[in-house]
Design a protein around this ligand. Structure first.
Ligand code: MGD
Ligand code: MGD
Ligand code: MO
Length: 763
């Protein structure tokens, strides 16, 4: 019998409370809020002990974001932020999901709960199995769990009928083993959360700068004359970045924020680790705030570059870095030709920003040449996401603002090791040279055909092509677009396997059979072969460093991700395997030796990573060595996007609250935005409310339209907010049901989660 599980979270309201949006980020309220979370999850003393180990050189890496730690001295108060504390509290919680919990609750009843409730039920303690047609998970031994999985792998007609998803928390070592496992099996079906995140950055940057990562270091941010923060909310999602912005300002730099809403951290920042700053009331971080329309960024950059060009023409060499352009770039003439075809007034209008402000920004660009552009999902999750990034690169190239101190590209990564996972080969489109290295090292013949990315994997599941779906972390059901469609697609799969720390919707909306492999988290001790192991991660700036868990695992039954992969692989490939799987978990140094032998930049890995602070990976763009197809930094042509919505409809962006980590809901408040105790809200400009007859807290239903198909989500409350006209904001994952699976970025195939055309109807 088919289980009737709920794919989309319930559409009930909590109890909305509106307060004024905050101007200041962090500070005392941040500390208080963080402490509240930690004491709820694990008690105050245990919490403080835990915090002291976070982001110290001998401690563990914060599982929150990928922002780098300072290279030099670390604060004795601990290098953490409010949201890092929440991330750790969530993972170190005392609550447990035991076999008894699963006995009491069927998957159907659990699926009727909100994601918040599901997540708060706690850490999973034992391997669990959901048999075909069964309503409840049952406890199984690891042996049995691996047997069940292996029997499915043995039945596969083609290795491409299996898909291996990765979320970005997995360590370098586990990621390396996981991709090797998939490739030994014979598939490149390795979609990851990056497909939904910074894929557009990777694609845009590889083409233009030759490396799919940013070029700057933390020190560069401190030295920059201008930092532009476009499409990013650092106050909530990368709070430690605020310290870097504050340093830049201390050194005389200026910060520009470009966003449809004025986010708290961009305005005033109070460093919670600096008592003086708390007393003083904080630094104003933002010199210019520009309220761009959703997806008005290319238009804005064009308008700015037109003004720069005008000045440059008056006196060649006075604005552009002609030496850099001549020596290091290709495509300048074509780029300028297209730029000149744009009408300045048109571009200004498309951006939604007053002309005087556009001129102000252009002036900054004309007068300075140590410029850094930081961005995140506000640029990548658009149909033209890749073009957005390419246009950012164009602006930096004009100024020669790359590969020198205080200048360059800064895509601010999401998950704490998402960048490292890619370096380790978690990618559906691997490079030949890397596969050749694997073949040589392990005596394999790895597949060359590219695999599915996240959206393609959903479509393959929908078409019944996928027999096994395995996920190394993450919450595929709630994180992916088109929830109903995706949920149904996943239910076509024969077996889904989740390697997880905490319960989430992906354990409830499953394949016909399902396995849960519970694993050790990053803050916990990992002992193999009687010896304490450490793992390594790579942060947003390409620094590889070690991380060692300090706390007792949540349950004695947990295995590390590494052990899970090794044992499963050993079971499947057995005696004949040319890869010695069990050897790798004798000591993770052995995995690191394989990494060193197959991935450039990891020479003397085991020695170098033991040095406090770790080491930088090679980065061509940082040294003006552009490893692109042309061997130069490539200018590109990116016309202003023409995507329009029908009259009366709105453009919706789906964003994070201050109280969530992607699909993990820490709490019900979006404190900085002043929206408390409710997630089903629509942030709308008061003028738009008036024009449409909505009042504060009016109840509405949302209908999205894409290529003539619609999707519906009911019950949201209108919240008056300072947001660009014609644009609205809602929270994900609640509104993922509205993101059509075909609404993706060209080239990167990233869901356009920041551009959804919707109709809003009074309930
Ligand atoms: N606490 C916490 N930290 C996190 C996460 C979390 O959920 N919680 N998630 C992690 C992950 S995986 C990621 S990828 C990052 C995400 O970090 P962000 O990208 O900062 O996260 P979003 O909430 O998606 O915010 C996107 C921002 O872009 C703006 N925006 C939307 N559309 C546009 C546009 O068209 N143009 C411009 N200029 N701006 C636009 C929005 O108003 C919002 O401020 O954070 C990471 N860190
Ligand atoms: N509409 C909309 N959709 C989006 C986005 C958006 O802005 N709007 N953002 C997208 C982005 S940027 C991203 S990155 C994706 C995120 O997609 P995912 O990475 O798939 O989702 P998360 O919510 O981060 O995954 C959380 C789960 O990971 C598991 N987990 C946590 N720590 C560990 C660990 O150490 N090991 C293991 N094995 N498991 C662990 C827990 O079970 C937890 O429930 O979502 C995307 N979806
Ligand atoms: Mo992300």
């Amino acid at each position: 019998m088919k289980r009737k599980v709920q794919i989309v979270p319930p559409e009930n309201f909590e109890n909305l409370q509106l307060t004024p949006a905050k101007e200041k980020a962090a500070g005392v309220p941040g500390v208080v809020n963080a402490m509240k979370h930690i004491s709820q999850e694990l008690g105050i003393w245990q919490g403080v002990k835990l915090l002291n180990k976070m982001n110290q050189k001998d401690g563990f890496d914060c599982p929150g974001c990928a922002w780098p730690d300072p290279d030099g001295k670390r604060s004795s108060l601990g290098e953490y932020c409010e949201n890092g504390v929440k991330a750790i509290a969530e993972e170190a919680t005392n609550r447990r999901v035991t076999p008894d919990f699963f006995k009491k609750n069927s998957v159907e009843t659990l699926s009727q709960q909100t994601d918040y409730w599901i997540g708060k039920s706690g850490r999973i303690t034992h391997p669990m199995y959901l048999a075909k047609g069964s309503s409840h998970y049952e406890q199984v031994s690891w042996e049995k769990a691996f047997d069940i999985a292996a029997s499915h792998f043995a039945k596969l007609e083609s290795p491409d009928d299996a898909v291996f998803y990765t979320s970005g928390r997995t360590s370098n070592e586990a990621a390396y083993m996981y991709q090797l496992f998939a490739r030994q099996l014979g598939t490149n079906n390795l979609p990851d959360c990056s497909n939904m995140c910074h894929e557009s950055s990777g694609k845009g940057l590889i083409e233009t700068t030759g490396i799919g990562k940013g070029s700057v270091t933390l020190e560069d941010l401190h030295q920059a004359e201008v930092i532009m923060v476009i499409g990013q909310n650092p106050g909530t999602n990368h709070p430690r970045m605020l310290s870097a912005l504050a340093k830049c300002k201390e050194n005389g730099g200026q910060v520009v924020s470009i966003n449809p809403i004025p986010e708290a951290g961009n305005n005033v920042f109070v460093d919670p680790q600096n008592p003086m700053a708390i007393i003083k009331g904080g630094d104003k971080l933002n010199d210019i705030y520009m309220q761009v329309k959703i997806n008005g960024d290319v238009a804005l950059l064009k308008a700015v570059m037109l003004l720069m060009l005008e000045k440059e023409k008056e006196k060649p060499g006075s604005v552009f870095d002609l030496e850099f352009i001549n020596e290091h770039t290709k495509g300048y003439d074509d780029f300028i030709k297209e730029l000149e075809q744009n009408d300045f007034n048109e571009a200004v209008k498309e951006s939604g920003i007053p002309e005087s402000q556009v001129r102000q920004l252009a002036q900054l660009m004309i007068e300075n040449d140590k410029i850094i552009i930081c961005w995140a999902m506000g640029l990548t999750q658009h149909e033209n996401g890749v073009q957005n990034i390419r246009e950012v690169a164009n602006l930096l190239f004009l100024k020669g603002s790359i590969g020198k101190p205080g200048a360059g590209t800064c895509p601010v990564r999401g998950h704490s090791n998402v960048q490292g996972d890619r370096t380790m080969g978690i990618w559906e489109k691997p490079k030949e040279a890397f596969l050749d290295n694997l073949d040589k090292r392990f005596n394999l013949s790895t597949p060359r055909e590219h695999g599915y990315d996240a959206v393609e994997a959903i479509k393959a599941m929908d078409e019944g092509k996928v027999k096994i779906f395995m996920a190394m972390g993450g919450n595929f059901i709630s994180a992916t677009p088109d929830s109903e469609f995706t949920g149904k697609a996943v239910q076509n799969v024969d077996l889904t396997i989740q390697v997880s720390t905490k319960l989430n919707r992906s354990h409830l909306v499953t394949g016909k059979e399902a396995l849960i492999f519970p694993c050790v988290s990053r803050s916990e001790e990992d002992t193999q072969n009687g010896k304490r192991q450490f793992i390594t991660v790579e942060n947003s700036m390409g620094i590889v460093h070690k991380s060692e868990g300090k706390f007792k695992p949540a349950s004695k039954e947990l295995l590390s991700e590494h052990a899970i992969i090794a044992k499963l692989a050993d079971k499947i490939f057995g005696q004949k395997s040319t890869v010695n799987w069990l050897d790798m978990i004798q000591d993770y140094d052995n995995v690191r030796e394989h990494i060193e032998a197959t991935i450039p930049g990891f020479d003397n890995f085991n020695q170098r990573v033991r040095k406090p602070g770790g080491f930088y990976l090679p980065n061509g763009a940082r040294e003006r060595k552009f490893n692109t197809a042309t061997g130069k930094a490539n200018f590109t042509v990116n016309p202003i996007p023409k995507r329009k919505v029908q009259n009366g409809n709105f453009i919706m962006m789906t964003i994070r609250t201050h109280d969530q980590y992607n699909t993990t809901i820490y709490g019900m408040d979006d404190r900085y935005r002043g929206i408390l105790n409710e997630r089903r809200v629509v942030l709308m400009n008061p003028e738009d409310m008036k024009a449409n007859g909505f009042k504060s807290e009016s109840i509405v239903h949302l209908k999205s339209i894409h290529n003539g198909e619609s999707r519906i989500a009911n019950n949201f409350k209108i919240v008056p907010y300072n947001i660009a006209r014609g644009c609205v904001g809602t929270y994900f994952p609640e509104t993922n049901v509205l993101v059509h699976v075909d609404n993706t970025a060209k080239v990167s195939n990233t869901p356009a989660s920041k551009f959804i055309e919707i109709e809003i109807k009074q309930a």
